[in-house]
Each structure stands twice: as structure tokens, then as C-alpha cells.
Design a protein around this ligand. Structure first.
Ligand code: ATP
Ligand code: MG
Length: 483
């Protein structure tokens, strides 16, 4: 029996519980209900305890999850800070754009690189920043077009070169930036490569100067060797020419003497009528040697020989003029004489190709290094002769302008220069001639020499019609220039 029922029965029935059947069954039913209630209570208590345990476990889980999340957030914060400082410490200017091409973030270098002032930085409005950048790039339309292309084709990545109005050069790199599932943004980085570009340009210019100096050295060594040889040969030839020339003069005197003697003997023939045999022998001898012809021919032979010797003497003089070491210094020089002596030197190259027409104008003496200018004339004359197929004409013209400048023009009616070659003809080693035929140095050296004289070379050419080089030289160059 349930203890509570026993207690209540004893409280209600102090005289004892009635023993009738109905009361007994009732008590039994109540006892049964009490026992069931106890069982249910115990089950509920058990369930409650289990729930409490589960709740405690969940609570612990939540607490550790929260802790984890807080840790992750701290880490993220640290990471973002690190990323920010990393970005700011980068020498490259970096900016991120949203899908629609609007500026989202940027680093310190970007601000400095594009010189973004505080008033724009304070509000950081996209349009203002873009306007500020566009004002600095050399080709703003192109810049905008690239941005539009990037928006239209979010997957493309590229890198290119950007030039600013102030001469700075940036290397621009564009990378895609995935923005979660929402799409793709852009990371643009700008690297200032102005110093690198400048260094490359300086290196290129240095290399070109070196090449020019090397080619000049090459040709001046060649010219010096030729000059030395020519001067030596000229010196050696001078002696025999001297005595041949003087012998020819003496011989002319002798021949005149012999012929006048012969004339005197001729007059004496009238007295030899008693010696018909002797007369006949003399007449035959005269006929055999053809005395009349001999008289005329000897005179012209001697004249031609003297002219020949004079020409040799002129050639020797030209050789000396062309290569004389004392002409390697600044001197007041008659350029017409230089042209003439050079023409004589290259006569062989030119004479079968072209008729040389000289149209010399009035020209004062020019202060120059004559041997070097002769070298220029020679290069131009030989080029002109080479340009002529068959028979042509080379025209030499000279003149002056303003009293301060003189010009020498060497024109030909040869093949002309193709327009695509024209920008390159003064470059060292540029040649259209077959391998072994030309080194491509003639014009580059000539250009260098004329430039050192403070002058310039102009060229006009038409394929199939001809080419005209005009050298402009200041009359008084040495005053301002040091060779
Ligand atoms: N008068 C000319 N007519 C046509 N082409 C010319 C003339 N002068 C120069 N050129 C062109 O310019 C090129 C360069 O000339 P340059 O004198 O520098 O070298 P090159 O004559 O080829 O060789 P080299 O070193 O022997 O002078 C020539 O190969 C030729 O194509
Ligand atoms: Mg040449």
C-alpha cells in the first residue's frame, strides 16, 4: 500500500478502515492511481534531468563556438590589418574596382603616385578621383576605353604601359578579383618604371654613340692608313715626276735644236747637186723616217707627255691634299678645292658611270677639318656613282646663305632611295648593298663628321628619279665647337 494512502486512511478512519467490499476496492483503486502517479513522476523527473544535461551540453557547445568565432574574428581583423599595412608598404600603387568599375579600395602608394590631394581623399568620390587621374595620363581616352573593356570583359587580365603627361611611365597590371559568388572585380596595380625606362633609353643612346665612335674609329683608321700610303706614294712619285718633267722641257729644247739643225742641213742640200747618189739616199732616208710627220708628231708627243706629267703632278697633289696630316686640324679651307681633289681621287669609280657637272657658286673659305670633309664628299660621290645603273649624271652644286652658312650639294639621277629605307640610311651598318659590297658606314660617318662641324645633312630622294644630299656647314664652326 502506498504510504500516503496509509497515512490518510489512518487520519480518516481512526477506528479502523471499514471492511466492506466497496471501500476496499475504492482504496485499492486509489492506491493503484497513487502508485501510477509516482511512476509517472519518476519518469518525468528522469526526462527533466536528461533535458537539463542536454541543455548544459548544448550551452557548453555554444560557448565554445562563440569563443571560436571570436578568435576567428580577431584573426580576421589581424589579417586585414596585416593586409592593409602590406598593401600600404608596397611601392606599387594598388586599387581595387567593383564589378561596375568603381573604385573600392586603394593603398598609400596609389595616393602618392597619382598625387591625390587631401580634399579629394577626404570624400573619396569615384568621379573626382577618376577626373584627377585622367588629367595626368597622356592618353585619357585610351585610359577610359581600357576601363570600359575591363568592365565588359571581367575575365581578362592584362598588363601594359601607361605614359603620364609629366613624362613618368607606369607599368599597369590588371588582375581579376573574385567577389564571392557575386561576380568579379578588379585589382589594378601601377608600377613607376620611369627610372628603368630612362636607364634603358640612356643605355640605348650610349650603345648607339659607342657604335658610332667605333665605326668612326674604324674608318678613320682606314683613312689614316690610306692617307699615309697615299702620302708616301705621292712623295715617292714626286721625285721621278720632277726629273721626267724637267727632262721633257730639256728634251723639247734639244728637239727644237735638232730640227733647226736639220732645217739648216736641208738648205745645204742645194749644194749637193753634184752628188746625186747622196741626194737620193738622203731623200729615201727622209721618206723612210717621214721627217715632216716626225716634226709635227714629236711636238705633239712632247706636248702630250708634258700634259700627262702635269696631270700626274695634279693627282699627286690631290692625293697629298686629300690625305695630308696637317689637314687633320681646323683650317680655313676652300671647299671647292677639296671637292675637286676628292673628285680626282674617285675619278675611276665615277668616270664610267656618270658625267660630273659642276655648278659652283660663290663660297667663302670655311673653317673646317678639310681631310674629314673630303671623306664626306668621297662617301657621297661613291654612293652616287653606285646608285647609277649604266650612264648617268652627278651634279655638284655649292652656295652660301646668310653669310654664316655654306652648302654643298651632291645629286645624282640614279636609282633613288625607297621611302622605307630613307629613315635608316644614316644608321651605322645600314646598307642595301650585297654582302661584301658595302659596310653601311659611309653615311653614318659622314653624318657624324658634319655634325661635329656644327652642320647638318639633308636628303631628298625619289625612287627611279635620283637622290640629292645637301651638306650645310657653318662658315665659322671651330669657334663654337671642340673636335
Ligand atoms: N645616292 C644614293 N642613291 C641611292 N641610295 C643611296 C644613296 N646614298 C646612300 N644610299 C643608300 O643608303 C645606304 C647606306 O649608305 P652608306 O654609304 O651608309 O653605306 P653603303 O654605301 O651601303 O656602304 P659603305 O659603308 O661602303 O659606304 C646604301 O646602302 C643605299 O641603300
Ligand atoms: Mg656608301
Amino acid at each position: 500500500m502506498h504510504a500516503l494512502i496509509e497515512q490518510q486512511l489512518s487520519d480518516c478512519y481512526a477506528a479502523g478502515v471499514p471492511a466492506d467490499e466497496a471501500t476496499r476496492r475504492f482504496i485499492q483503486a486509489v492506491n493503484h492511481a497513487y502508485l501510477n502517479a509516482d511512476k509517472e513522476h519518476a519518469r518525468l523527473a528522469q526526462a527533466l534531468q536528461e533535458s537539463a544535461v542536454e541543455l548544459t551540453r548544448r550551452n557548453t557547445d555554444l560557448a565554445s563556438q562563440l569563443e571560436e568565432r571570436q578568435r576567428a574574428e580577431q584573426q580576421l581583423e589581424g589579417l586585414l590589418l596585416l593586409l592593409g599595412t602590406t598593401l600600404d608598404s608596397s611601392a606599387d600603387g594598388i586599387v581595387t574596382l567593383s564589378q561596375d568599375g568603381r573604385i573600392r579600395r586603394f593603398n598609400e602608394s596609389f595616393v602618392q603616385m597619382w598625387c591625390i590631394p587631401d580634399e579629394i581623399l577626404a570624400f573619396w568620390r569615384h568621379d573626382e578621383v577618376m577626373a584627377h587621374i585622367l588629367a595626368q595620363v597622356a592618353a585619357p581616352e585610351e585610359f577610359l576605353q581600357t576601363l570600359c573593356e575591363l568592365i565588359d570583359h571581367p575575365e581578362t587580365e592584362r598588363s601594359d604601359i601607361l605614359t603620364c603627361r609629366d613624362g613618368r611611365v607606369f607599368e599597369r597590371r590588371v588582375r581579376r578579383q573574385p567577389l564571392g559568388v557575386a561576380g568579379v572585380g578588379r585589382v589594378l596595380s601601377f608600377r613607376d618604371i620611369s627610372a628603368q625606362v630612362r636607364a634603358e633609353q640612356e643605355q640605348k643612346a650610349l650603345l648607339a654613340r659607342l657604335q658610332e665612335a667605333q665605326s668612326q674609329l674604324l674608318q678613320s683608321e682606314k683613312m689614316a692608313a690610306i692617307g699615309q700610303l697615299a702620302a708616301g706614294v705621292a712623295h715617292e712619285i714626286n721625285n721621278p715626276i720632277g726629273f721626267v718633267s724637267s727632262n721633257l722641257s730639256t728634251m723639247q729644247g734639244y728637239v727644237e735644236g735638232v730640227f733647226s739643225l736639220l732645217a739648216a742641213y736641208g738648205e745645204a742640200e742645194a749644194y749637193l747637186v753634184q752628188q746625186p747618189q747622196l741626194l737620193a739616199r738622203l731623200a729615201q732616208h727622209k721618206q723612210e723616217v717621214d721627217l715632216e710627220y716626225l716634226r709635227e708628231d714629236l711636238a705633239s708627243l712632247l706636248r702630250e707627255s708634258r700634259e700627262g706629267v702635269a696631270r700626274i703632278r695634279q693627282i699627286v697633289q690631290d692625293l697629298k691634299d686629300f690625305s695630308r696630316p696637317d689637314q687633320a686640324t681646323w683650317q680655313w679651307t676652300d671647299l671647292h678645292a677639296g671637292l675637286d681633289s676628292t673628285l680626282n681621287i674617285v675619278r675611276n669609280e665615277v668616270k664610267y658611270k656618270a658625267e660630273v657637272v659642276r655648278e659652283y657658286g660663290a663660297m667663302p673659305p670655311v673653317e673646317c677639318v678639310a681631310a674629314q670633309l673630303n671623306q664626306v664628299f668621297m662617301n657621297l660621290l661613291i654612293n652616287a656613282a653606285h646608285a647609277i645603273e649604266g650612264q648617268g649624271e652627278i651634279r655638284l652644286r655649292t652656295g652660301q646663305a646668310d653669310g654664316q652658312w655654306v652648302w654643298v650639294e651632291i645629286g645624282d639621277n640614279g636609282a633613288g632611295i625607297a621611302p622605307e629605307h630613307l629613315p635608316h640610311i644614316f644608321e651605322p651598318f645600314f646598307t642595301t648593298k650585297a654582302p661584301g659590297k658595302g659596310t653601311g658606314l659611309g653615311l653614318s660617318i659622314s653624318h657624324g663628321i658634319v655634325r661635329k662641324h656644327g652642320g647638318r645633312i639633308e636628303v631628298e630622294s625619289e625612287p627611279g628619279v635620283g637622290t640629292r644630299f645637301r651638306i650645310w656647314l657653318p662658315v665659322n664652326a671651330a669657334q663654337n665647337l671642340a673636335m
